[in-house]
Design a protein around this ligand. Structure first.
Ligand code: FE
Length: 199
């Protein structure tokens, strides 16, 4: 049962990658090997995501449905749990890995994540050595990248974050659902850029 869910998600991610030129230009889509050794790590935010009507419209319904089918079996990350704003952040922002390392779909050279952020939250400036591309699947958010004007992006838009460049994500009336790819340094976690400003 779970195997089928992940196989479907792999097939849908592959199709999406073929159809969205910015993703295809970022990296070739990797082969994956199914390994059922990743524990499920649930998060209450998963249910919020599944019921959130502000992200119900998407140009990619098959991919979204495949992500939502896998979400209850995902390993939801706790990247910032031990920081001063960790509990509040993770009550609003959640992510699980689709393809790469902490997922049954093991692949080399790329990590892919589903990202969900509830309405009305500011995810502060953070950075990581991996290069990153966001594809907005549904909803919208303001994307900030240090040194650039912020941009509000909706479904179908992509945003690129170069190696080590601080970026932030702010939602207003709507939540955002996004697909995120990493290349380069795949193992160094994101950190807040200005930890002294967190409150
Ligand atoms: Fe990032």
């Amino acid at each position: 049962m779970t195997r089928e869910v992940w196989d479907t998600l792999y097939a849908e991610a592959n199709l999406l990658h073929r159809n969205v030129s910015d993703l295809a230009a970022f990296l070739p889509f990797p082969k994956a090997e199914f390994q059922d050794d990743t524990p499920v790590k649930p998060d209450p935010l998963c249910n919020n995501m599944l019921m959130d009507t502000s992200i119900s419209e998407t140009p990619y319904p098959d991919f979204r449905d495949a992500c939502f089918a896998a979400a209850p079996f995902g390993w939801w990350r706790d990247t910032y749990r031990d920081t001063p704003i960790g509990d509040r952040l993770h009550a609003h922002f959640g992510t699980f890995e689709i393809l790469g390392r902490d997922t049954p779909l093991k692949a080399d050279g790329m990590r892919a994540f589903l990202i969900y952020q509830r309405a009305g939250y500011h995810y502060p400036m953070h950075h990581h050595p991996a290069e990153e591309i966001y594809l907005v699947l549904a909803g919208e958010a303001s994307f900030e990248r240090e040194g650039h004007a912020s941009q509000t992006l909706g479904p179908g838009a992509t945003a690129f974050h170069p190696e080590g460049v601080p970026h932030a994500l702010t939602t207003d009336q709507s939540a955002i659902l996004a697909y995120v790819l990493w290349r380069g340094d795949l193992h160094t976690k994101p950190v807040f850029t200005y930890p002294e400003q967190l409150s």
